[in-house]
Structure formats: structure tokens, C-alpha cells
Design a protein around this ligand. Structure first.
Ligand code: PA5
Length: 479
């Protein structure tokens, strides 16, 4: 990889800007997570574990992806299983969750900073009804937990009115940067995540990567500047690649982080993701020979000395291959001699090495972030994930600022929401309004001098042209 032209003084100025940003509340979390908040979260998590087989987590975007990323990536052990709804409008998915709960005990955790997002609001209504039917008014109130704005919004008002246990969604933290805050902590504690280790990893990242004396060789800062350099020289896409399937939701979190933070002013690298080696057999061809102008960022987990999941590719003993009569033979013709006796991790590591090398030669810029946690016997640990979360949050904020955009807003997300409101309310589109205005003007002109009252464009149109069927500019195929 070429040197990214990291400008240390620029990096240090941007980092200081991020730390002082009104939406930069996440920046110091690894150092200063409020001890009292954590104690209250732990007590709440224990209560949920004691009385609920399931915790239905309701939220969308930053209000669920972070904690889902962590809980899916780890191997956890908790009496309470997290289930997710309110992150789509699919009744099919909702019904699957209802079916899984069956007659078992459950509680509901609803997370929405604004308190008014449609997808979680609908799911919450449905699960409120279920709680009321099963546990009655008092019981339902005891089993609803809310994380929302501390002063305003419909969810806040309802939480106060009904006396739900509720926690403030920090005002100075946006959804996609919220995983290490109360927002991620409560569900993660319920799921059995070691949040101390998670914060330790984030703190180690902060201390190693952002110490002023380390900035020049900081992998985090170099990564942010590399992205920016590639972007300004024409790259269009960044692909995050992992060789562990349980990192799928981490990829989803990462895509949201970068997509919502950088996709502005018709710019930003498009964030995509793959899980290898699975996707080498689907997208591998495209990665090798498709459109260039891509950055591929690999996350490599190095197995610690005493890794518990080490699987050796076995020799099949001859004694097993002949039946008792010595007649019926079992043949193994798989040509695996070159890996027999080696571990699957060795094969996975070789696959990664080969992929990086092949993609490099195919004209893709590759970056590899290597994680190894020798304090554990696991491959993917809270400590490593905390490090990665913080690494990408800061890198993303720096990179967005290098691109000249605000990493902490998402004005574009409102467009579809406004369209939904318009359709729900049967209002005309802007184009229909404009057309009606032009027609009214035309009529007033052709009516000649006798026309006493020209049409008032402001009041037009009274009736939407086709309220129930919005016009579609795209191609629609109905099968
Ligand atoms: O990152 C973000 O800010 C968004 O993805 C929000 O988390 C998402 O839109 C959900 O918003 P809310 O928490 O207000 O329901």
C-alpha cells in the first residue's frame, strides 16, 4: 500500500474538533463511562435476566445495529436471549419473533432517540399489546424498558406517564456512535457481554492510536487518510472483509457508520461488505476482475495460544475404514493431504493471505487490521471488538471531516420519511403541486380580461391528483 500522506497537524486538529463537537459525546466514553449509570444498568440487566427468557429489542439503525453487532460476534451465555424487531416493516419477521416467544416470559426494550421513528413505534405498539394481554397493566409497565431522549418526544412522555424504567439516550451522541453508551450497554449486559473488557479494548485503542506522540504511525489515522487519498484519486467503493461469519452484523454496523456519516454532497466511498471465504465463491470474481477503484479493508483475528475452537483437519485412521469382516472398505478420495494435520484456522489464514495477495495484484488497494487477544482463549473477544468499534468510529469521523462533510448528521434519511408521511396522508407530490400551479396559471391567462378571480396557486390543488397511487419514476415489474 502507498503511504497515505498523513498530515499529523491536520489529524491532531481534526481529532480535537471531534472531541469538542456537540455530537462528540462518544469520544470520551472509553475513559469516562459513568460508574453510577453502569451500576444502574447492571441491576436492570439482572432483573431482566431473572424474569425473562427473551428480551425483545426494538430499534432501528444506530438504535440496534451496534449491540447486535457485538452480541452476534461473541459466544455468549445468558438466561435471556435477545430478539430483534422494529428494524423493518416486515410482518413476516415480526411473526417469527412472536412464534419464538410462544408462551414464555419476555420483556421489551425500546430504543429510539427521537422517540418517533415509525418502524420501532409500530413494533412497540404490537408488543405493548402483547405485554398487556399477558401481564396486565402493572405487569406490562414493569416489563417495558425505554432508552430515549431525556426531556422530549412521545416515547419519553409515555415512559414518564407509565413509569417505565427508562434511561437517557445521551443528547450528544448520535445512534451510529452510540454502541459504547447506555444504548448498547443495557442489551449487551442482558446478553452476557463483558462490558468492562469491551471498554478496555476501546480505551486501549484510544491510548495507542490517538496519543499525540503516536499520531504519525497510528494505524487509525493512517487508515482515515488512506481512505481519503483513495477517494480523492477516484476510488468509489470500500469493502470491509472478514473471514469470520459471526462478523456479519459488525459489517452491517460498519456500513451504517460510514454510509450515514460520509454519504453526503453526492460523495463518499460506498461502504460494502463481504464474509470470506463464503463470498469468494460469489463476489470473489467481481473483486478480482470487476470494476476497479476499490479499497478493501480486511479484519484479521489471530488465534491466541490456547484457542478453544481449534479444529484439526483429521487423518482418518485405517482401522475406521474397514468393517468387521475386513471386506467393506471406506474410501477417502478428497486429496486433502496438503492440509491433513493442520488446523482449519491455518487454512483460513492461508485463504486470507492468498486473497489479499490476489486482490492486490488485481489492482485493489488492501488494508489489513490485525487483532489478537492473548488474555483470552477465544478468537473474537470483547476487548478486540471494543478496540475495533472505537477504531472505526474515530477513523470515520476523521475521514468524513477530511471529505469536508459533517460526520454526525444524516439529513438525507428524512427524504424517505417525508415521502412516507405524504403518502400516508394522501398529499400530492411536489411535481403534482407544481403542475397544478402551472395549469391554474394557464387557465387564468386563457380566461381573458373577463376572468375576475385568477386561481390562487397557494390554495391549489384542493385534491391530490392521485392520492392513493403516488407516481413512480422508476421501472416497476410486477410478477
Ligand atoms: O445513526 C442514526 O442516528 C440513525 O441511524 C438512527 O439511529 C435511526 O434513524 C433511529 O433513530 P431513532 O433512534 O431516533 O429512532
Amino acid at each position: 500500500m502507498e503511504k497515505p500522506n498523513t498530515n499529523v497537524s491536520q489529524a491532531s486538529r481534526i481529532i480535537s474538533e471531534i472531541s469538542r463537537d456537540p455530537m462528540g459525546g462518544w469520544f470520551d466514553l472509553p475513559l469516562k463511562f459513568n460508574v453510577q449509570d453502569m451500576a444502574r444498568l447492571k441491576i436492570t440487566a439482572q432483573k431482566i435476566q431473572a424474569n425473562s427468557k427473551y428480551l425483545v429489542c426494538i430499534g432501528i439503525g444506530g438504535s440496534y445495529l451496534g449491540h447486535k453487532a457485538i452480541t452476534e460476534a461473541l459466544k455468549l451465555n445468558s438466561p435471556t436471549k435477545l430478539l430483534y424487531v422494529g428494524n423493518s416493516l416486515s410482518s413476516r419477521e415480526l411473526n417469527k419473533v412472536i412464534a419464538e416467544i410462544g408462551d414464555d416470559d419476555f420483556s421489551v426494550l425500546v430504543i429510539s432517540k427521537s422517540g418517533g421513528t415509525l418502524e420501532p413505534a409500530i413494533a412497540f405498539r404490537i408488543f405493548k399489546k402483547k405485554l398487556l394481554e399477558k401481564y396486565g397493566v402493572d405487569g406490562a409497565k414493569q416489563r417495558i424498558y425505554a432508552i430515549t431522549d431525556q426531556a422530549k418526544g412521545s416515547l419519553h412522555n409515555e415512559a414518564v406517564a407509565n413509569g417505565y424504567t427508562y434511561f437517557a439516550f445521551p443528547e450528544n451522541i448520535g445512534g451510529r456512535y452510540s454502541v459504547l453508551s447506555t444504548v448498547g450497554m443495557l442489551p449487551m449486559l442482558v446478553a452476557g457481554v463483558d462490558t468492562v473488557k469491551l471498554l478496555q479494548g476501546a480505551r486501549e485503542c484510544r491510548e495507542k492510536q490517538l496519543a499525540p506522540e503516536n499520531l504519525e504511525r497510528s494505524a487509525l489515522v493512517n487508515y482515515a487518510f488512506t481512505r481519503h487519498k483513495l477517494y480523492t484519486s477516484g476510488a468509489k467503493i470500500e469493502v470491509l472483509a472478514s473471514f469470520e461469519p459471526s462478523m456479519m452484523y459488525f459489517n452491517e454496523w460498519w456500513k451504517q457508520l460510514f454510509g450515514e456519516s460520509e454519504g453526503k454532497n453526492e460523495g463518499g466511498l460506498f461502504p460494502a461488505s463481504v464474509i470470506y471465504t463464503t463470498d469468494l465463491h460469489s463476489l470473489g470474481q467481481y473483486m478480482q476482475e470487476g470494476q476497479r477503484g476499490m479499497l478493501e479493508t480486511f479484519i484479521k483475528f489471530v488465534a491466541p495460544e490456547n484457542y478453544v475452537d481449534r479444529v484439526v483437519i483429521p487423518q482418518i485412521d485405517e482401522s475406521l475404514t474397514i468393517d468387521a469382516n475386513g471386506k467393506n472398505k471406506f474410501l477417502t478420495l478428497d486429496d486433502l493431504q496438503i492440509v491433513t494435520g493442520k488446523t482449519m484456522d491455518y487454512a483460513n489464514d492461508v485463504a486470507m493471505e492468498a486473497t489479499v495477495s490476489a486482490h492486490d495484484r488485481g489492482g485493489i488497494t488492501t488494508v489489513t487490521i490485525e487483532m489478537r487477544d492473548d488474555e483470552s482463549q477465544e478468537l473474537i473477544t470483547e476487548r478486540s471488538l471494543g478496540f475495533l468499534i472505537y477504531f472505526f468510529e474515530v477513523a470515520c469521523a476523521i475521514s468524513a471531516k477530511l471529505n469536508g462533510v459533517n460526520p454526525f448528521d444524516q439529513p438525507g434519511v428524512e427524504a424517505y420519511k417525508n415521502e412516507m408521511q405524504r403518502i400516508f396522508r394522501g398529499l400530492p407530490t411536489e411535481e403534482e403541486m407544481e403542475k397544478a400551479k402551472q395549469e391554474a396559471l394557464k387557465k387564468s391567462k386563457t380566461a381573458g380580461p373577463k376572468a375576475k378571480k385568477p386561481a390562487q396557486p397557494k390554495e391549489e390543488p384542493k385534491k391530490p391528483a392521485t392520492p392513493e397511487k403516488p407516481k413512480d419514476s422508476g421501472v416497476k415489474i410486477t410478477a
